[in-house]
Design a protein around this ligand. Structure first.
Ligand code: ACO
Length: 471
C-alpha cells in the first residue's frame, strides 16, 4: 500500500477508539471524545476506559481487545508509560492507524527517545501508521471530524495546514477564522516518529479539497524523503521553518525533540523544490490565501491603482524592492485611461485615481489596466480619505475579480486604515479576495503568486517531451 492508502484509515476512519477517554471534563481524553461527538461524526466511536462503564452516554470498553467491530483509528491519550501497552493491544486488534496524543517521548531526552522508538517499533510490527506522539490530533472541517483536543473548528476552505506545534496550530486556526480564511485539513504532526511532513505532502497532494499546503516545521528528520515529496507535489507549498537561530533551535529540541539544522541548508533546499518560505504566521496565511484564491502571475509586471498617491508609491517601492516590476503603461492604455481621470492626475503606473473617485472610475481604470499587455497582476489599494468611497471601491474590486477571471491575471486588494476598515473589507474576505492592510504585505502576496507562476512554468517545461527536430 502507498502512503495515501495507508493514511486513509487515519483521516477517513469508519470507526474510532478513544483510548483514555475520561470521565473528567478537565482531561484531554474527555475533550477528544467530546469534540468527535460534537462535530457529529457518523462512524462508530468506542470510548476505552477500564475504570467506568459509561462516558457521555456511550458504553465504554476496558480495552480495544474487547471491541467486537474493526477499528480503523485509535486515538491514544493515556500517560506515556502506558502507551506501549495500549499500542500492543491495538496491534493485536489489527487497528489500522493510531494517533498518540501523549507527551513524554523524544522531546524529553534520552529515556523519552527510547520510549518513542519502542512505540514506533510496535506500530511498524503491527502494520499501523502512527501520528505523533506529542500531538494535538487533527481537525477536518470538510468532513466534519474533530479528532483533536481543544475546542473549535476551522472554517472549511482550501488551504491544508500541517503543524509541528499543537498550541501554535490552534492559534493559527483562530487567526485564520478571524481573517475568514478557510482550511481543508489541519494536522498536528508532533514528534513525527512515523508519519512525517513528506507523507502528509503526498497525502494532501492527492486530496481534492486542498489547493495549497501551509506548514509550520521545526525540524525534518529525513531530508531526502521530504525533498522528493515536495518536488513531486503539484500544489504550492508555503512553509515556516522555525528554529532559525541558536535560541529558537534549542527551544525546538525540547518542544518536539527536533534537530533544527542549519538554516542556510533549509533555505537552499526549500528553493530547490520551490517551497515558498514564510517567516511568521501572518505571512504564511498572506501567501496561502493569495495562492488558493488568485491565479499565479505569468510575469513580475504589476499594475497599481490607488485613491491616494502615498499608498501607490509605497506599493511601487515594495514591488520593486522584492523583484517585481512596476512597468510603464502601453500608449493605448494611457489613451484609454485619460477620459476617466480628473485633470489633476496623470495616466501612469502607479495610477492615482484621486480621492473623489467613485465606483465607476475605480472599476473602469482597473479594467483598462488589466488589458495592458505590460501588466500581469493588479494591486488595488484604498485609503479612507475624507471624500473616499471605500464601499464603492470594494464593490469595484469584487466586480473586476468576477469579470476578469478568464484573463488569469491576479488581483489583490490593499486597504490601509486599521480597525475602521475592517468591517468594509469583510466583504472582500468573505468572497476570498485577498486583502492586505499594508503595501508590504500586498506586494509580497503578489511576489508569492509570481513565484508560483515560475514554479508551474518550470514544471511544465520539465514535462514537455524533448525536441527531436535536430536528429
Ligand atoms: N486504557 C484506557 N484508559 C485508560 C488506561 C488504559 N490502559 N489507563 C488509564 N486510562 C484512563 C484513566 O482512568 C483516565 O480516565 P478517568 O479520568 O475517567 O479516570 C484516562 O484514561 C486518562 O488517564 P490519566 O491517567 O488520568 O491521564 P491524564 O488525562 O491525566 O493524562 C495525557 C494523559 C493527557 C495523555 C497526558 O499524559 C499528556 O501527555 N498530556 C500532554 C498532552 C499534550 O500536550 N500533547 C501534545 C500537544 S501538541 C504539541 O504542542 C506538540
Amino acid at each position: 500500500m502507498g502512503t495515501v492508502e495507508d493514511l486513509k484509515p487515519i483521516f477517513s476512519p469508519k470507526s474510532i477508539a478513544v483510548i483514555g477517554a475520561s470521565r473528567s471534563p478537565m482531561k484531554i481524553g474527555y475533550e477528544i471524545l467530546q469534540n468527535i461527538l460534537v462535530q457529529g461524526y457518523t462512524g462508530k466511536v468506542y470510548p476505552i476506559n477500564p475504570e467506568t462503564p459509561m462516558i457521555m452516554g456511550l458504553k465504554t470498553q476496558p480495552s480495544v481487545l474487547a471491541v467486537k467491530d474493526d477499528i480503523d483509528l485509535a486515538i491514544i491519550a493515556v500517560p506515556a508509560e502506558f502507551v506501549p501497552k495500549v499500542m500492543t493491544e491495538c496491534a493485536k486488534k489489527k487497528v489500522k492507524g493510531v494517533i498518540v496524543i501523549s507527551s513524554g517521548f523524544g522531546e524529553t531526552g534520552e529515556k523519552g527517545k527510547l520510549l518513542e522508538e519502542e512505540v514506533l517499533q510496535i506500530a511498524r510490527k503491527g502494520g499501523m501508521r502512527l501520528i505523533g506522539p506529542n500531538t494535538l490530533g487533527y481537525k477536518d472541517p470538510i468532513d466534519n471530524l474533530d479528532a483533536a483536543f481543544v475546542f473549535g473548528m476551522p472554517r472549511p476552505g482550501e488551504i491544508a495546514l500541517i503543524s509541528q506545534s499543537g498550541a501554535l496550530c490552534i492559534g493559527m486556526i483562530y487567526y485564520a477564522n478571524g481573517e475568514h480564511i478557510g482550511l481543508s485539513r489541519v494536522i498536528s504532526v508532533g514528534n513525527k516518529a512515523d508519519v512525517d511532513d513528506a507523507d502528509l505532502i503526498d497525502y494532501l497532494d492527492n486530496d481534492p479539497s486542498t489547493k495549497v499546503i501551509a506548514m509550520y516545521i521545526e525540524g525534518i528528520k529525513d531530508g531526502k524523503k521530504f525533498l522528493d515529496s515536495a518536488r513531486r507535489c503539484q500544489k504550492p507549498i508555503v512553509a515556516i521553518k522555525a528554529g532559525r537561530t541558536p535560541a529558537g533551535s534549542a527551544a525546538a529540541s525540547t518542544h518536539t525533540g527536533s534537530l533544527s539544522g542549519s538554516d542556510a541548508v533549509y533555505d537552499s533546499a526549500f528553493k530547490q523544490v520551490h517551497i515558498q518560505r514564510a517567516y511568521d504566521v501572518i505571512e504564511l496565511f498572506d501567501f496561502a490565501r493569495a495562492l488558493a484564491y488568485q491565479p499565479p502571475t505569468l510575469s513580475n509586471k504589476v499594475g497599481i491603482i490607488s485613491n491616494g498617491g502615498g499608498a501607490g508609491i509605497m506599493i511601487a517601492d515594495w514591488c520593486e524592492s522584492i523583484g517585481l516590476k512596476v512597468p510603464n503603461l502601453a500608449k493605448k492604455t494611457v489613451e484609454a485611461l485619460l477620459p476617466h481621470l480628473p485633470s489633476i492626475t496623470t495616466a501612469r503606473n502607479p495610477l492615482d485615481v484621486a480621492g473623489d473617485a467613485r465606483f465607476h472610475r475605480y472599476h473602469a481604470t482597473g479594467s483598462i489596466m488589466l488589458s495592458d499587455p505590460n501588466v500581469d497582476a493588479l494591486i488595488m489599494t484604498c485609503v479612507h480619505a475624507g471624500i473616499a468611497r471605500p464601499r464603492e471601491y470594494v464593490g469595484a474590486v469584487i466586480k473586476l475579480v468576477e469579470e476578469k477571471r478568464n484573463l488569469k491575471k491576479p488581483i489583490v486588494a490593499c486597504w490601509v486604515g486599521g480597525p475602521e476598515v475592517d468591517e468594509v473589507v469583510q466583504e472582500l474576505r468573505v468572497k476570498n479576495i485577498p486583502v492586505y492592510p499594508s503595501a508590504m504585505r500586498a506586494a509580497k502576496a503578489v511576489r508569492s503568486l509570481y513565484d508560483e507562476g515560475r514554479r508551474l512554468e518550470i514544471l511544465t517545461k520539465k514535462r514537455q517531451p524533448k525536441d527531436n527536430s535536430s536528429n
